[in-house]
Design a protein around this ligand. Sequence first.
Ligand code: ADP
Ligand code: ADP
Length: 226
Amino acid sequence: HHIVEVRDLCHCYPDGTEALRGISFRIHHGESVAVVGANGAGKSTLLLHLNGYLAPTRGDVRVGDTPVVRTTLPEVRRTVGMVFQDPDDQLFMPTVFDDVAFGPLNLGLPPAEVERRVTDALERVGVAHLRDKPPYRLSGGEKRRVAIATVLSMSPDILVLDEPTTGLDPYARRQLMGLLRDFSHTKIITSHDLDMVMDLCERTIVLRGGKVAADGPTREIFGNDE
Ligand code: ADP
Ligand code: ADP
């Protein structure tokens, strides 16, 4: 059964830019899907619809059997963990610990469980040593990993990442790829990092000018006959 369904999604920004022009696809439980395309193709706009940061101009988005609309946002955002392109959009608390604990605390989890989730999320992205630091002091790559931890601590069913390897050094990038490979739930990733896409995503959706230009097995999309 599919866990994400996007039907005829159109998005027009207030200045008149038609960023999405009739996008449709379904994603199955456990699928790992890359969304690729040139700058301006509509990738970020599409992702922002998956947990209701933008509302469709036309069409609709469903997560599980739930339509993504204003009244369902709390439920949708527990299911869909979104890692934004810019980590500064995700980090706003005085310390790394507070940022990663924010979601679990909001769920009303007991302190010991919050502690366990924060520790686990920070260890998985390799930044346990940064837990008491203020996020604004961190490097770009460290911030990105903490931003991912803030989402992992929510145990989402669907992980959505916008350009997750941006600013990571080769070691951090490899560690992130290992982490994403181990994340067995559904993943949706936008990236210009074709090696990562080939490695992690069995399926690729290509956007061009706000439309789906191709959708299929990654190896076919990139014409890799190895
Ligand atoms: P991508 O992530 O593939 O680079 P975006 O979704 O960021 O593409 O952008 C798709 C189109 O929408 C582009 O033409 C971009 O300039 C435009 N766009 C993005 N954000 C806004 C905005 N807030 N207001 C107006 N136009 C926007
Ligand atoms: P269902 O049985 O729920 O109707 P389908 O197996 O028909 O689902 O697939 C739903 C949609 O998802 C189809 O449009 C199909 O093209 C797309 N899809 C699913 N998996 C892949 C994949 N690996 N590559 C390309 N498209 C896929």
